[in-house]
Design a binder for this molecule. Structure first.
Ligand code: B1M
Length: 219
């Protein structure tokens, strides 16, 4: 199968949430030693962008988002070992987690797949992440963006705890903060000291891209 055909079929497999097909194609890509960044750029990322557009147009809903994200993740998992992330050219580094006390991670995982699909290096701390763990990771890694998720009204105030802890370290001005999750609002994001609220995964990618542009302009 030629490269253009593989790119086209992988695009369709992700768009349609066809996980098995996406896995088969990823195996072919590895066997044929096809350039993986070009596969990401020309096929996988545009497929997820299209999924995002269909979601915004209300032609796709959460189940479609999930199955497309799963197909994307399965292919990505296979391709990842062959894809060296060069910090100079990567889109940026994100530390991501669902906050302390909250075990909802489906939305957070979708955000991760979208960010990875868009070329971001994502450090996923999982769920029930404490402020200490976020701060420790930010200190250790060269993180550009802190992204936090919360799904319960009683856990979303924890965002502020993390932001306040970050302020104590003097690292606050060096990174951008975005928050998300079903009960979160733009007003709430502002109140806790975040830089942005992302209502869904495609929006999270858009915001992350804007953050990186701002950080690079700042030097
Ligand atoms: Co629970 N749960 N749950 N739950 N659960 C909710 C959130 C709830 C609203 C249900 C309800 O009562 N109607 C309710 C919270 C009420 C409140 O806020 N006060 C609730 C409750 C009460 C609970 C328990 C306490 C129940 C209990 O044990 N008594 C318990 C929580 C325990 C805990 O966390 N400590 C609990 C447990 C669970 C399950 C384990 C069964 C399961 C989670 C499985 C898992 O995540 N692995 C679960 C589920 C599935 C839900 C609902 C039904 C669906 C959540 C979901 O996955 N949505 C939920 C009801 C609902 O939301 N309608 C509910 C799909 C997902 C793709 O959307 O996460 O919003 P979402 O993510 C979106 C955007 O929000 C955004 O992008 C995503 C993709 O577009 N986004 C971000 C999310 N994070 C982002 C981060 C970003 C950017 C964007 O970066 C910064």
């Amino acid at each position: 199968m030629d490269i253009d055909q593989i790119k086209k079929e992988l695009h369709e497999a992700i768009l349609n949430g066809n996980q098995n097909k996406a896995i088969d194609l990823a195996k072919k890509i590895i066997e044929q030693k096809i350039d993986i960044p070009s596969i990401l750029q020309d096929s996988m990322v545009p497929a997820m962008d299209e999924v995002g557009e269909l979601f915004e147009k209300k032609e796709y809903f959460i189940p479609e988002l999930l199955i497309s994200a799963r197909a994307m993740e399965s292919a990505l998992k296979l391709l990842k070992p062959y894809l060296k992330v060069d910090e100079e050219i990567s889109a940026g580094k994100v530390v991501l987690g669902t906050v302390q006390g909250d075990i909802h991670d489906i939305g957070k995982n979708i955000v991760k797949y979208f960010l990875e699909g868009a070329g971001f290096a994502v450090i996923d701390l999982g769920k029930e992440v404490t402020a200490e763990k976020f701060i420790e990771t930010i200190k250790k890694e060269k993180v550009d963006i802190l992204a936090m998720s919360a799904l319960i009204t009683t856990t979303m105030p924890y965002f502020k705890k993390v932001v306040d802890a970050l302020k104590q370290t003097k690292l606050r001005d060096k990174i951008k903060i975005m928050v998300g999750g079903a009960p979160v609002t733009p007003e709430f994001a502002k109140r806790v000291g975040a830089d942005a609220y992302a209502e869904d995964a495609p929006k999270a990618v858009q915001i992350a891209r804007n953050f990186i542009t701002e950080l690079r302009e700042k030097g």
